[in-house]
Design a protein around this ligand. Structure first.
Ligand code: SAH
Ligand code: SF4
Ligand code: F3S
Length: 471
């Protein structure tokens, strides 16, 4: 059974007095102006979504937001632990705040998220970065007002990284970054324990939100005019597993698809071992579900997949892709791949290359294996040199570039529905159904609208297109 524990409305309401006290503290401290917060998010969309909640809580405390750390009264880093590089960036960026804090003693520095949920990291920050005021792990997000209030009123640094997990809190306020694209978390945590991955240790066990709460939020987003809703979870395909409500991921998709309105449903991430034929049948029958599918394969070698504890084979993965294409002919795939997993040989790596060729991805997120303390892979023998891994990595990205270029060249002349997302210099950028960006000419007032776009040219990195009609 799932171990989900709902944070009760009373528990959430108990945070309100702390919010009010922080509000009063800043009103007294900064007479005549509102406090400003600078929030920086590292890592995946789950963290982006958590930051939207942290911002929601900060807004209730009276904070406005700034993009300039120098202007801020509070700086919050929401951190990621997935690779060493991500952690190094945080160490560097937090270190750089030392001088700012010296100039501005009331500056509050807060670290949240996956990286600081690890005890050895929290300890390092606490000991070596005395200007950090609050270190707050992933499981106590909803208690942020209480923790911050404690730091302010007791004038004491605090670390709160309890290992208790399994909680889901409904009703935390949200300040969304986007006005037409929204993140909607449907579950938290992960039970898969891929041997290279830190996420299950820092995010806790898998638990799903109640389908009614998800649907209510989705309806609200559609009513507010959001054009794209991305359902989030480390493994969305195991949504609802072990919960009494009996709604699984395909059923959730069908229910969201039934909401009236012009919007697109995306989701990530899917684990191949849990992506079923029913899921692809559901996509085929749900017109609002995106035809772009992110399906990480990590390695093309069965031996490495086993060492990674991924629990599927190259053959079953390829069979899934074949089935998906048979029921959703216009489906496109992206994926995540790791190069240089401990013990990977040249032969294993070549199997990864051949899988990439066989599937034909729109694009790939490619990573060099990074040992994570506390995971099983971190203590596996790893004889291949860093130089060799980098060479393999380059070989792989070069292959993908060639394949992507061929694919985009074949798109010239096609007309597709695209969402106009941003301004890029004198142009606009729109996202095609398969997640590829196309540059078009048009007025910035079109941002957030759907349009029919014809691809006119494929350059090495970008597609050029023309708006035929705005929808
Ligand atoms: N839950 C998702 C994504 C998790 S993290 C999934 O299962 O696919 C995103 C990606 O980071 C992973 O897919 C993997 O490719 C990569 N990754 C995770 N741990 C890593 C590590 N230790 N070294 C290198 N890449 C890693
Ligand atoms: Fe990490 Fe694997 Fe869970 Fe994804 S499924 S978060 S890679 S343990
Ligand atoms: Fe990073 Fe945590 Fe996401 S480790 S990738 S921010 S779940």
């Amino acid at each position: 059974m799932a171990n989900t524990r709902m944070i009760t409305p009373e528990e959430l309401a108990a945070q309100r007095p702390f919010t009010a006290r922080i509000h009063d503290y800043y009103a007294y401290l900064l007479t005549g102006r509102s406090p400003l917060a600078y929030v920086r998010t590292y890592g995946c969309q789950q963290n982006v979504s958590d930051s939207e909640k942290l911002k929601g809580m900060l807004a209730e405390m009276g904070f406005g937001f700034t993009e300039t750390p120098d202007e801020a009264d509070l700086i919050l880093f929401n951190t990621c632990a997935v690779r060493e590089h991500a952690e190094d960036r945080v160490f560097g960026n937090v270190g750089a705040l030392k001088n700012l804090k010296r100039r501005k003693p009331h500056l509050m520095i807060v670290l949240c998220g996956c990286m600081v949920q690890q005890e050895h990291i929290a300890e390092k920050f606490y000991k070596s970065y005395p200007f950090v005021n609050l270190i707050c792990g992933t499981h106590v997000l909803y208690r942020f007002p209480e923790l911050l209030c404690g730091v302010i009123e007791e004038q004491k640094r605090k670390v709160a990284i309890p290992t208790e997990d399994g909680n889901i809190a409904e009703g935390i306020p949200v300040v969304r970054d986007g006005t037409f694209k929204a993140w909607l978390p449907i579950m938290n945590g992960c039970n898969n324990f891929c041997t290279y991955c830190i996420v299950p240790y820092v995010r806790g066990r898998e638990r799903s939100r109640d389908p009614e709460a998800v649907l209510k939020e989705a309806r609200g987003l559609v009513a507010q005019g959001y054009k794209e809703i991305t359902l989030l979870g480390q493994n969305v395909n195991s949504y609802g597993k072990g919960e009494a409500h009996g709604v699984d991921f395909p059923e959730l998709l069908r229910r969201i698809n039934a909401i009236e309105g012009d919007f697109l449903i995306r989701f990530m991430t899917s684990h191949p071992k849990d992506a079923t034929k029913e899921l692809f049948d559901t996509i085929a029958s749900c017109e609002k579900v995106s035809r772009h599918f992110h399906l990480p394969f990590q390695s093309g070698s069965n031996r490495i997949l086993k060492e990674m504890n991924r629990r599927y084979t190259r053959e079953s993965y390829l069979e899934l892709i074949r089935y998906a294409r048979s029921v959703v002919p216009d489906i496109s795939f992206t994926s995540d791949v790791i190069v240089g997993f401990p013990g990977e040989t040249r032969e294993d790596f070549e199997e990864t290359l051949s899988l990439i060729e066989e599937v034909g991805y729109v694009s790939l997120f490619t990573f060099i294996y990074s040992p994570r303390e506390g995971t099983p892979a971190a203590v596996m023998p790893d004889p291949v040199s860093a130089e060799e891994k980098v060479a393999w990595f380059r070989e792989m990205t070069a292959l993908q570039e060639t394949l992507s270029a061929k694919r985009t060249a074949a798109m010239v002349g096609k007309t597709m529905k695209a969402l106009i997302e941003t301004e890029a210099g004198a142009f606009l950028e729109a996202r095609l159904p398969d997640n590829v960006i196309v540059r078009v000419e048009g007025d910035p007032s079109l941002i957030g609208r759907h349009a029919m776009v014809t691809v006119t040219e494929a350059r090495s990195w970008i597609l050029i297109g023309k708006i035929e009609s705005v929808l």
